[in-house]
Ligand binder design. Structure first.
Ligand SMILES: O=C(O)C(=O)C[C@]1(C(=O)O)C=C[C@@H](O)C=C1
Length: 273
């Protein structure tokens, strides 16, 4: 039997890899890619059947690049999972705090560890991914550079942890989405994500959102992102409860789409709890 090919960003020890195993279990063929966008292009080309991307963090909010990607590419959200994210400062064996001059990590990790990092004057170097930063530190073998990442990354790349759990918030959690090529709906799906844009006129968004209230549909989240080529116009990403095979939901979605310029169902999946 051939294993499912599932992609994550980074290298072994990335939080994305942990999310992947949480969702699919260990019996999968994992494929590591360099950038978030590579997950979407790999789905498009068929190199992977599913991909895992971080979309939101409990302390720092939306991961905007991923919001933009799921609108840009023909991919769909087929699931979600949460990972408790604890960040650790790590350096090569024998490295001491006073040796450190530069710290490598993903910008999200810097943001999530802001309070701790504010106590030091280190140069923060944004890098592809937390685990990729740990791997880089190992390869450099230089005591002046450290990385921020998972405990697993420290173990895998033979690094010493100099400070553990440096995240500002001890409930720090990242929500990951599972992307597939097609919309997948079964009776367990209870969360829907859509992206839409409206005309730039008074009441336009209200006319879309009123369908939620009128049909007693519970909205879970709304996020806005610039549309890019039309300054000061926005795409709205909305998560709400429901299954698209339900008549009330289907009719509400039809009406909503008529009140929008752009309307795309991103996915119907089982909410993580
Ligand atoms: O997966 C990783 O290790 C990453 O570096 C990415 C990422 C992210 O983009 O949010 C994943 C989880 C944490 O929130 C910090 C960083």
């Amino acid at each position: 039997m051939s294993l499912l090919r599932v992609g994550f960003q980074g290298v072994k020890g990335a939080f994305g890899e942990e999310a992947l195993y949480n969702y699919f279990g260990e019996e999968v063929h994992t494929i590591a890619v360099k950038n978030f966008e590579d997950i979407c292009t790999s789905l498009e080309s068929g190199t992977i059947e599913y991909g895992v991307l971080p979309i939101e963090n409990s302390s720092t909010g939306a991961i905007s690049d991923v919001y933009d990607l799921i609108n840009k590419y023909e991919c769909h959200i087929v699931g979600e999972t949460h990972v408790k994210v604890n960040h650790n400062l790590m350096g090569i064996k024998g490295c001491k705090m006073e040796d450190i001059e530069e710290v490598y990590s993903h910008p999200q990790a810097f943001e999530q560890s802001k309070n701790y990092l504010n106590n030091y004057k280190w140069k923060l170097v944004p890098y592809y991914n937390t685990a990729k930063s740990a791997e880089y530190i190992m390869k450099q073998g230089n005591k002046k550079i450290a990385a921020i990442g998972s405990k697993k990354a420290a173990q895998l790349y033979n690094l010493d942890i100099l400070a553990s759990n440096i995240n500002s918030n001890n409930t720090n959690t990242t929500r990951f989405i599972i992307l597939g090529k097609k919309l997948m709906v079964n009776e367990d799906c209870n969360k829907i994500s859509v992206v839409l844009s409206t005309e730039h006129k008074a009441g336009a968004l209200y006319h879309v959102l009123k369908h939620f209230a009128e049909n007693n549909i519970n909205m879970l989240k709304i996020e806005s992102r610039p549309r890019g080529n039309t300054p000061w116009e926005y795409n709205f990403y909305i998560d709400f409860e429901g299954n698209i095979n339900n008549d009330i939901i289907r009719k509400a979605l039809e009406k909503m789409s008529k009140d929008c310029h752009h309307f795309k169902i991103l996915g119907n999946y089982k909410q993580f709890n």
